[in-house]
Design a protein around this ligand. Structure first.
Ligand SMILES: [Zn+2]
Length: 157
């Protein structure tokens, strides 16, 4: 198959295993750094409200995605919310079967706008229910590194 040919069947795809050495620095940016620092140091979850249009962002942002206004202040939210939708993952990212299925989904965090993609913990797939309340579970302080995995996941309450 040449580079200009279009793949019409996924079975025609192949891959090669190997390693490509890449060094990089990834920065969260000012807004997300503040968000992750608050989790790491205090266990706080921060949101931000646009002073112009009132949109509430979780995680906090420094600029509004709707009206581009600056969002100068943040406030603490519980992170509790409601299951908006979910799916059960039986396959791993490489297509192999998982030992136990994972449940991931969208939740609406109380007091914020939009739904967030989350990982459910201790959730049996047949027990997850749309509309049910959830709460975040953080790692213990000594294990937090200042990143997204400081949030272990969300648990139904
Ligand atoms: Zn705005």
């Amino acid at each position: 198959m040449g580079l200009s040919e279009r793949v019409k069947r996924n079975v025609d795809l192949s891959y090669t295993e190997g390693r490509i050495p890449v060094s990089y620095v990834y920065t969260y940016g000012l807004g997300m750094e503040k968000f992750f620092r608050a989790i790491k140091e205090k266990g706080d979850l921060l949101a931000g409200r646009c002073p112009e249009c009132g949109a509430v962002y979780f995680p906090c942002r420094i600029f509004c995605e709707r009206c581009f206004s600056e969002i100068p202040r943040t406030f603490k939210v519980s992170g509790e919310g409601t299951v908006y939708s979910y799916t059960v993952c039986h396959l791993d990212v490489d297509g192999s079967p998982k030992k136990e299925p994972d449940v991931v989904g969208l939740i609406e965090v109380d007091g914020t706008d939009g739904a967030k993609f989350v990982h459910f913990i201790d959730a049996k797939p047949d027990k997850v229910t749309i509309g049910r309340k959830v709460k975040p579970v953080l790692k213990v302080k000594k294990d937090r590194k200042g990143g997204i995995f400081d949030i272990k996941g969300f648990r139904q309450v």
